[in-house]
Every structure is written in C-alpha cells, then in structure tokens.
Design a protein around this ligand. Structure first.
Ligand code: ADP
Length: 530
C-alpha cells in the first residue's frame, strides 16, 4: 500500500477536512488529496494516477453519480467509493450497479471506511501488476512472432535456393552422364565382338545406371517440393509391373548374390496409376532391400489383396532399422548411417520420393523392423480398381482358397437379384435359390438348406432382420451363414444386424474381391462395427 494516492471529493468543506485528516492519521503510508467539486476532481484525475477515489453522492453541480460515470470513462479500473446520506439506499444500489467499488453510509464508520479503502487500493495495485505482466507478455509475443516470421522467411529462401541448386546440379550432370552412357554402350557392342572385358563394362554400365537413377531422384525431389510432379494415370496391372521391377533389378541381385522370393498372384491386380512412377516406387524399395542386406541375403516381394487394397510387402533379412530411426527414414536426406565411410552410399531421398509418390496414388507406405540386424519390411498399400471400373474385360480375380458353396439370394430388385447370382457364379459359387421376399426366403431356406444366404434387409412381407431372427430359431439351419447385403453401412446398422443374428454385414455394391474373401476359408469381413 506504500506510495498510494487517494482523492477525497466533498462539497462540505468541514467534512472534507475532517475526513482527510482522519484518513491521513489512520493510513500513514497513503497520501490523501482533497477537492471540493466533481469538476475539480476530474481536473486532478487528468494530472495524477490515483489508487482510489472517495466521493460524496450529493454535491451541487456535478453529483457523485455523474462523477462516477466520468471516472469510468477515463479509467474504468479506478475503484470509486461513494458516501451516501441517510435514506439514500436506492442511490447506493444504483451506484453499485453503475460500477462503484463500494458505498459508505453517513454517519461514517471510520473503521469500515479504512477497511474498504484498503481493499480498493489492493485491488487497484493487483490490477496494475496484471496489466504490466500482460504488457510484458504481449511484448514477448510480438518479439517472438517477429523472430519466427523472419526465420521462416530465411528458411524458405534457403530451401528454395537448395531446390534450385539440386535441379541445376542434376541437369548439369545429365549431359556428361549421357555421353558416358553412350560410350559404355558403344564399347560394350565392340567388346562383345571380341569377347573381352565384359566384366569391367558390366560394372561400368551398372554404375552409370545407378547414377542416372540418383539424378532422376534428385530432380524428382525438387519437383515434389515445388508440387511439380503430375501423374499420367492409366489402368496398371501391378502383378506384371512388379515382375518388371524385379527384372530390372536382376544385375544388382546377382552382384549381391541375394535370393529373391516372389509371392505374386497368378492373375492381374489392377490399380489406377502412373506406370513409370509406380515402377519407381518398387524399384526404390527393392533396391534398398538389396543394398541394406549383406551379400547372400534373402529378399521377398509379395502382393496380396486385402479388401479393396493391394498390399505389397518388400522384405529383407538385412541390417534392419532401430526403433529410434524407423519413424525418420521417410524424411528427406535422412540416413541411419551418416558416417563418412558409409559403405552403402545413397543420398537419403529414395524413401521420401516413395512416400510422396505412394501418397499421390492414394495409398500409404510404412516401414517395419524388429531392430538392428533383424531385417526390414516396407509395406505399400494401394487402392485397387473395382471390377465394374475395368470396362468390358473383367479381370480374373483372386478366388484362391474360395470353396464352392451352396448360396441363396434374397433380393426384391429383379435385375439386382440376377446380377448378384451371376456374380456369385462367376466367383465359382452354386446359386441354389433366388427369392424376392421375407416369407419365401424362410421357406426356400428350409427347402434348400444353403450354406450361405445373402439377405437384403429392405424386402417385402417381413424385413431382413426378422427373417434372420426366425432363421436363427430353426435348429437344422444353425450352420448356415447369414450375410446382410444392404445399402446401410453405419456402425449402428452393423450392430443391429449382428443382434438379429447375421454373421456378416456387406454394403452394396459389393466387390468381387469381397465376395471371394467371404467364401474363402479365412479373412471374412465380420459383422462388428468397423
Ligand atoms: P538412401 O539413398 O540413403 O538409401 P533412402 O531414402 O532410400 O535413402 O533411405 C533412407 C535411409 O533408410 C537409408 O539411408 C537407410 O539407413 C534406411 N533404409 C532404407 N531402406 C532400408 C532397408 N531395407 N533396410 C535397412 N535400412 C533401410
């Protein structure tokens, strides 16, 4: 409360003098100033910074309430206490609503006055401290913002300069490299005639190919960071693309004496994508698998269908990746071994490219490793095209493991019922009955006892839920799989069909893969909400 300054306002001079003297006596650390009118008080307020004001409510000219309004305009946080006479209770309430800090009734109880004033000064000082801390914080925030802004600008500039440099470097190296490429090719033709020096040329040829890949990657990285890569999408058969990628890698595999196990389906898997870019993705991953595995290693490339996705695993039993590094391998220029004598070379851009290209194809890629020395697996997931997207030549889909079952279809839409049965036959299934409504579904199920029943939910007579419930009560049909084939795919729909006794819940339109997965012995989509 030291150095506090308060202002007392009252037109009654004797009261003013008495009050000032009393306050000064009881609050020695406070300086008390006195003024005898509202206007005079406003003049003082312009000149000094007070901690509190005490004013009489009834004064000629400007009264206490008007003065309070004026004070709140100049300094809304300055605590103002009003002195009210006997019977002015309404005025006091009015003053409190108008923002007065407190009111003191005449005859003045001095203890109360000193206590109220002390509290007012404390509140004022607290507010001052908060204000000054807020200002300091705002200053810091402004400084910080400025620093971040200028650093970001600098970083952006540096990054752009780096991109320009990389692009230029790659371009500059392209021509000399092309000369060497042609030279090597020419030499190799003439040497073949003499049957001499093949090994040296082979090695030179491999190095030139390697350098060309590095340069292409370098160029692509700068293109990607400037969003300048466009995909030329067509329908691409992943199965043969992967075979080609492996073929182009044969020289490297021979050099490292690696054994590569191929696990590809014997039918096409179609994705929509850029043939060259997709090849680049898998050549990069296979190259890494070969590079980061000690000679004589075991690599494996597999392609599987999982729901609507093609899942490609590139696995090796090589040097592996530590837990700490694993999340960082896709970062640009990130390399586990940063020592100068790095035996395996590379620029640390391959996986960045892979990740970006996979993302541009609507897919994902992730790396996994049990740790150093325990090999690595990189998994790419790409959306496959649905059979109806393929035009007139439906590809052969994977029916591996699909056993021939006796299937019944319940569907009230005649065209849809026919197409569903065709599709089922196409999947190698036997369609034993096709019925359009709930009651005949129960009859037909009892007669034919199918292994699977594909049941639409919104059907006439009794709906699919009720059909499922009634079928579940028939003991001799207890092994029959009841599959909901419906347009409703929300979690609550799946829960409802599970409650009714359905085994699986498929959402229309259902793909051939999903159907074949359903009839395969494993990997059947369950009823539970996804
Ligand atoms: P680089 O040109 O260094 O191979 P990449 O971006 O392709 O760059 O890979 C980044 C880093 O990830 C590599 O330097 C390597 O440390 C690690 N890495 C990538 N693939 C494998 C793998 N199959 N086994 C072990 N480490 C790998």
């Amino acid at each position: 409360m030291d150095n506090s300054l308060i202002l007392v306002v009252d037109d009654d001079r004797s009261l003013l003098t008495a009050l000032t003297a009393a306050l000064q006596l009881r609050m020695s650390e406070v300086t008390v100033e006195a003024v005898d009118s509202g206007l005079g008080a406003l003049e003082r307020l312009k000149k000094s910074d007070y901690d509190a004001v005490i004013t009489d409510i009834k004064m000629p000219g400007m009264d206490g309430l008007t003065l309070l309004d004026e004070i709140r305009k100049i300094d809304p946080h300055l605590p103002t206490l009003l002195i009210t006479g006997h019977g002015q209770h309404d005025l006091a309430v009015h003053a409190l609503r108008g923002g007065a800090f407190d009111f003191i009734q005449k005859p003045i109880d001095r203890d109360y006055l000193v206590a109220a004033l002390g509290r007012a000064i404390q509140v004022r000082q607290l507010h001052r401290r908060v204000q000054s801390q807020q200002q300091t914080l705002e200053r810091h925030a402004a400084n910080l913002e400025q620093t971040v802004k200028s650093r970001t600008e600098k970083l952006l500039e540096l990054n752009q300069a780096k991109d320009r440099f990389l692009a230029m470097l790659a371009h500059e190296l392209r021509n000399p490299l092309a000369c060497i490429r042609y030279g090597v090719d020419l030499l190799s033709i003439s040497r073949t005639e003499q049957n001499d020096g093949d090994e040296v040329l082979d090695s030179m040829s491999r190095q030139v190919t390697h350098m060309s890949h590095l340069l292409s990657d370098l160029l692509d990285v700068s293109r990607i960071s400037q969003n300048r890569i466009t995909l030329h999408k067509t329908q691409v058969n992943l199965t043969s693309l992967l075979k080609e990628a492996v073929n182009s890698l044969q020289p490297t595999l021979r050099e490292f004496r690696h054994d590569l196990k191929l696990n590809l389906p014997n039918h096409p898997v179609i994705v929509e994508g850029d043939q060259t870019r997709l090849e680049q993705i898998f050549v990069n991953l296979l190259n890494n698998a070969a590079k980061y595995t000690n000679p004589g290693g075991q690599l494996e490339l597999s392609l599987k269908l999982h729901h609507d996705q093609a899942v490609i695993d590139v696995a090796d039993n090589g040097i592996g990746i530590s837990k700490e590094m694993l999340p960082r391998v896709f970062e640009l220029f990130s390399q586990v071994d940063c020592s100068l004598e790095r035996a395996r070379g590379g620029l640390g851009i391959g996986l960045t490219l892979v990740e970006n290209l996979v993302r541009m194809h609507g897919g994902t890629v992730e790396g996994a490793s049990e740790g150093v020395g325990k090999g690595s697996t990189f998994t790419v997931r790409l959306p496959v095209l649905q059979p109806q997207d393929h035009g007139n030549n439906p590809p052969e889909f994977c029916f591996d493991g699909a056993v021939r079952h006796r299937v019944m279809v319940v569907e009230d839409n005649t065209a849809l019922a026919r197409m569903t049965s065709d599709l089922l036959r196409h999947c190698g299934q036997e369609v034993v009955a096709v019925v359009p409504d709930g009651l005949s579904a129960i009859d037909a199920a009892c007669t034919h006892q199918p292994e699977f029943i594909l049941l639409d939910i919104g059907i006439p007579e009794i709906d699919g839920y009720e059909v499922a419930r009634r079928l579940r009560e028939i003991d001799r049909l207890k092994n029959m799989k009841i599959v909901a084939l419906t347009g409703y795919g929300q979690d609550q729909d799946k829960l409802r069909s599970k409650d009714a006794g359905f085994d699986h819940h498929l959402v229309k339109p259902v793909s051939v893969q999903t159907l074949s997965e359903l009839f395969a012995t494993s990997a059947v989509p369950q009823c539970s909400p996804s």
